[in-house]
Design a protein around this ligand. Structure first.
Ligand SMILES: [Zn+2]
Length: 586
């Protein structure tokens, strides 16, 4: 694709043939001709706008083609638990003011309308006259063009206009942003042209430009040059997972499996978590390959997902299914399904791995929480050592509890009712089930007031063990301590998701164990609370993680239409069974 301005040839050629190009750095305007060397990276740092969010895009596309669905699709499944993907979002929608949910006003646009087609020099001059922003006009326009993914032709006419006015000189920023636009529109020949220009101009590019070039080159016959650019990045820093993704995709696109795997090995060797699309690419490529070595590597990727608690997206799950079903002679069959509350797969009936921690895991987690959350960390020293001691003595003097209740949090759950009344209601209903209860509260709850009635609090104290901390104390560490100290059977009630505490744990393994323990032990009260009736959202009995028995795989995955927060787990599963084995039904 070439664009001609009156009097000019195609832009890159015009640019290349400009006499000023032959001038050395010393005689050229510093801002443009300075060769970019390693210690000047900062100076030339170009922050490209990230590509349009592909997940959001998929979401829109999917919305466009999917008829309107209900909020839930499978009552048999267990997608209504507290940690179900999208549940937090639903909860926040239920409680927030509808007006607050409206989108924030889009950022104020300048009065200038971005051109959608190439402009002549005169038209650009006119546009610049109308511009009253503080930034440089050219920089502002190209940034807006990148943001709104303008046509390459329109951007090219801007660069041609700038070049014509500046003796063929186009600033580095402008050029990199133009390159970004060409790459995002997959205009490979244009990318190659700009690549040639930049190679001629600069001895070494900074990482942002290399990143864009890599992405643009992998689709062309010159994809191996992207590997050289990756080497350039390595001289300065560890390349990003996005850089590795692009190079791996390029290698697979050109059937060079060995290069792809060695890049993958390097990526993981840097302790980078690969992008899911990188892993998906290996599966997509794998369905045309009949090679046991390759097969083993894909199974390793699945175990990698398991160990790192990663979940494939919907299209990745489809790729995994397709690949399994394509393995000759193995007769795999995949089904998309859900898991029943009992922890059995709705498709094959197998029981999934239990959510419960092994005794070793439990002891390990308990030790970590005591050390990192309750005792250590200044951030959580919201209590005095004396009070902590008083609490520990209190807990140790009581028999183990069945349920620990965050009194303040529970009492404030339904803001139309009186706090002490709600707390009493919760406590009474649990006490009727002969459960040994601990209510954690603050001292101010004992001061009679309209919200905390004395008679109701006395009834609470009759039915449950109670500990009232100083008003300045933080409740959660006490809640965690009392629950963990009571043993693996003990559950707790709070609406708090305790993300801060999870973050406080020192390593990923303890964080995963904490989340697993939380899913199996945190009880939540349903929103349809009425004075007389109390229902709890069930806790999960099975672990939501990639798992295998050899002749079966169960792989949780994220749906495109559901936004899952980090404190939630997917509810949809891919069940894979090897048909040659006897079906294991329970
Ligand atoms: Zn199954």
């Amino acid at each position: 694709m070439t664009f001609y301005l009156p009097g000019f040839r195609s832009f890159p050629k015009l640019w290349m043939s400009t006499p000023s190009l032959e001038l050395g750095p010393a005689t050229s305007p510093v801002f443009f001709f300075l060769p970019v060397t390693r210690n000047q990276h900062r100076r030339f740092s170009v922050k490209a706008t990230p590509p349009p969010n592909s997940k959001a895009m998929n979401l829109l596309l999917a919305k466009a083609r999917t008829p309107k669905k209900g909020n839930y699709s499978n009552r048999q499944g267990s997608s209504d638990h507290y940690f179900a993907a999208g549940a937090a979002k639903k909860r926040s929608h239920l409680t927030s003011n509808p007006q607050q949910r409206e989108h924030a006003p889009s950022h104020v646009m300048s009065t200038i309308k971005l051109p959608t087609k190439p402009l002549s020099s005169g038209e650009w001059d006119k546009l610049k006259e109308d511009f009253n922003g503080k930034a440089s006009f050219e920089d502002w326009v190209i940034s807006q063009m990148v943001r709104s993914s303008s046509s390459v032709d329109a951007a090219k006419s801007l660069l041609a206009w700038v070049a014509a006015k500046n003796n063929g000189i186009v600033g580095y920023n402008l050029l990199v942003k133009y390159l970004y636009l060409c790459v995002s529109h997959k205009q490979t020949s244009e990318v190659i042209d700009v690549y040639e220009i930049m190679k001629a101009k600069y001895k070494c590019l900074e990482t942002a430009a290399n990143t864009i070039l890599i992405r643009g080159l992998i689709h062309s016959d010159r994809w191996r040059e992207a590997l050289l650019l990756l080497e350039d990045i390595k001289k300065v820093m560890v390349p990003s997972k996005r850089n590795y993704n692009d190079c791996i995709q390029g290698a697979l696109l050109h059937q060079d499996v060995d290069v792809a795997w060695s890049l993958y090995k390097e990526l993981v060797g840097h302790n980078l978590i690969p992008l899911l699309e990188t892993l998906k690419a290996f599966f997509d490529f794998g369905k045309d390959i009949n090679d046991d070595h390759y097969l083993d590597k894909l199974l390793d990727i699945l175990l990698y997902l398991r160990n790192n608690h990663l979940y494939p997206g919907e299209s990745f799950a489809h790729s995994i299914k397709t690949w399994f079903e394509s393995i000759p002679g193995r007769q795999w069959e995949g089904q998309f399904t859900t898991v029943q509350r009992s922890g059995h797969c709705s498709s094959c009936g197998r029981a999934l791995e239990s959510i419960h921690l092994s005794p070793e895991e439990y002891e390990f987690l308990k030790g970590e929480i005591m050390r990192d959350v309750i005792v250590g960390g200044d951030q959580y020293k919201k209590t005095t050592p004396q009070e902590l001691k008083r609490f520990q003595n209190f807990v140790n003097s009581c028999p183990p509890f069945d349920i620990v209740i965050d009194g303040l949090n529970v009492a404030k759950m339904f803001f139309k009712s009186r706090e002490s009344q709600i707390l009493l209601n919760v406590v009474s209903q649990l006490a009727q089930q002969n459960l040994r209860l601990l209510v954690l509260g603050r001292k101010h709850m004992l001061m009679p007031s309209s919200r905390w009635r004395k008679d109701e609090m006395e009834q609470v104290r009759k039915q449950a063990h109670c500990f009232f901390a100083d008003n300045i104390s933080k409740d959660d560490p006490f809640l965690l301590y009392a629950t963990l100290n009571s043993g693996n059977h003990c559950k707790f009630i709070t609406k708090d998701l305790m993300r801060d505490h999870k973050a406080c744990l020192s390593d990923v393994r303890s964080q995963h164990l904490f989340f697993k323990w939380q899913q199996g032990h945190q009880m939540a009260i349903m929103n349809n609370f009425q004075r007389s009736k109390l229902t709890f959202q069930h806790t999960l009995s099975y672990d939501t993680v990639v798992q295998t028995t050899g002749d079966s795989w169960h792989i949780p995955y994220d749906e495109d239409l559901v936004q899952r927060s980090s404190c939630e787990v997917p509810t949809k599963w891919l069940c894979l069974q090897q048909k040659t084995q006897a079906p294991a039904r329970s």
